[in-house]
Design a protein around this ligand. Sequence first.
Ligand SMILES: NC(=O)c1ccc[n+]([C@@H]2O[C@H](COP(=O)([O-])OP(=O)(O)OC[C@H]3O[C@@H](n4cnc5c(N)ncnc54)[C@H](OP(=O)(O)O)[C@@H]3O)[C@@H](O)[C@H]2O)c1
Length: 291
Amino acid sequence: MSDVTVIGSGAMGSALVEVLAASGAEVMVWNRTGTKAEALSGPRVRVARSVADALTSSPLTIVSVSDHEVAKTLVEAAGVGLGGRAVASTSPVDPDQAKSLNTVVTAAGGHYLDLAIPRSDGQVRAGAGVFLVSGDRAAYDANRELFDRVGAATYVDAAPGAAYVGGLAVVLAYLPMAVGLLQGLHICRQHDVPLEWFEPTALDFYSFQIRSLLDQVTGRIDPSAGDEGSVDAMAEWAAELAVSLRAMGLDAGMFDALRRLFAAASHAGHGGADWTSIAEIQLLDVTPSRQ
Ligand SMILES: NC(=O)c1ccc[n+]([C@@H]2O[C@H](COP(=O)([O-])OP(=O)(O)OC[C@H]3O[C@@H](n4cnc5c(N)ncnc54)[C@H](OP(=O)(O)O)[C@@H]3O)[C@@H](O)[C@H]2O)c1
């Protein structure tokens, strides 16, 4: 018996095998191209003869193959009873695809977990893995220690696919914030604003604003103590920022898009509404016209 099985010895699968073995775990590995699995074998890494052998060698199998369809086919075709073992897949899935994988694993008597990894194989290999897990809670609890040994694991929800939906929800704000931050840095350089001042001030500003916005929209603080402002006021602010950027010779496209977003909500009759309702306003207004 091994502690963990990894099916797939591509970039991510081999990184997982290496870090798990380095953490002291006994690892079983299987790969379609057997030579790649053999190349990983060592004192703590053994090669399984078949997928069925791999799936029944450990309490947890991590399937890290090219996509969820391949993962599903491999588990289905193995035709083996999983006897309460956990099967986690690293392939991106939408909720329907995750449900379908969950059905195959549970039909075989196992417990399914989504294992979203918002990190590269290189980062996982360096011990900086991040694992977002959804699916069977008891299976997560039973195997959490293995994930924690090789990175940071968080459980999202029992619903299959929740790890990917949650991951998307978390990263969504990063790109616009990063572009704004890079433009801010550029402005500092252009106008001799000291970067030693910009860096701590930006860190303070964003951590305070993110905390306060989340407190406000989740009802943890009185809304009147939060960041007040109407949809119309935000449209105006975005337009002003676009004008300032253009005056400095910088691209203002992102702020034009934000102005259009708020202006569309205003046009739909929500100009006086609290601006923090912007995501719901767009959803409500767009849905009927699509039907
Ligand atoms: N790499 C990353 O940074 C990263 C990060 C997060 C998530 N992921 C996800 O993790 C999964 C694996 O990624 P990867 O980068 O390791 O991919 P990869 O390097 O392309 O490896 C693909 C793996 O899938 C196997 N495979 C492909 N088709 C197969 C089939 N029909 N039957 C059996 N095995 C098959 C390959 O076996 P052979 O060796 O025999 O071809 C190989 O082991 C993907 O779903 C990816 O989206 C990857």
